[in-house]
Design a protein around this ligand. Structure first.
Ligand code: NI
Length: 167
């Protein structure tokens, strides 16, 4: 397995729309494993392939307390959603920034697992929030885009400054 570099907002590559995975083969399974390792190393609970500059529809998540329950979503599709819930979000591509976003409270998603087998999942709470956040990444959308323009500009300035300081 390998650690993959994570793109940081406002990198324009984060706004790429990902393509469906045609076949869940060894190449995709290696991507899944590398993404899982990268997510854990960065102490995140979710990662979309977009964030590691691979523009295919692959997501890994682990919202469990013990971080031992990896969930893999390939070609995820939102089947239904209901209710609204506001929750504080963060993102490995927007380090150090947390803010509240309103999303559906309950969702049903269909996807393929690591073996390419289709499954349907009903999610609510943190899992539902996290899944919607990651599915947005596959559409080229970062959570800060739900915030006001003023906040977005502040975040861009802050993150650009941080990049300059680490160079
Ligand atoms: Ni994110």
């Amino acid at each position: 397995m390998a650690l993959l570099p994570i793109l940081h907002y406002p990198d324009p590559r984060l706004h790429t729309r990902a393509s469906p995975v045609a076949e869940v083969d060894d190449r995709i399974r290696k991507l899944v494993d590398d993404m899982a390792e990268t997510m854990r190393a960065a102490v995140g609970i979710g990662l979309a392939a977009t964030q590691v500059n691979v523009h295919q529809r692959v997501i890994v998540l682990d919202v469990s307390e013990d971080q031992q329950h990896l969930q893999v979503f390939i070609n995820p599709r939102l089947v239904s959603s209901e209710g609204l819930s506001e929750r504080e979000e963060g993102c490995l591509s927007v380090p150090g920034i947390y803010d509240r976003v309103t999303r559906a409270e309950r969702i049903v998603v269909q996807a393929l697992d690591r073996e390419g087998k289709p499954f349907t999942l009903q999610a609510e709470g943190l899992l539902a929030t996290c899944l919607q956040h990651e599915m947005d990444h596959l559409e080229g959308k970062v959570f800060v885009e739900y915030l006001s323009q003023l906040k977005q500009n502040r975040i861009k300035t802050k993150l650009r400054k941080r990049v300059r300081e680490t160079l």
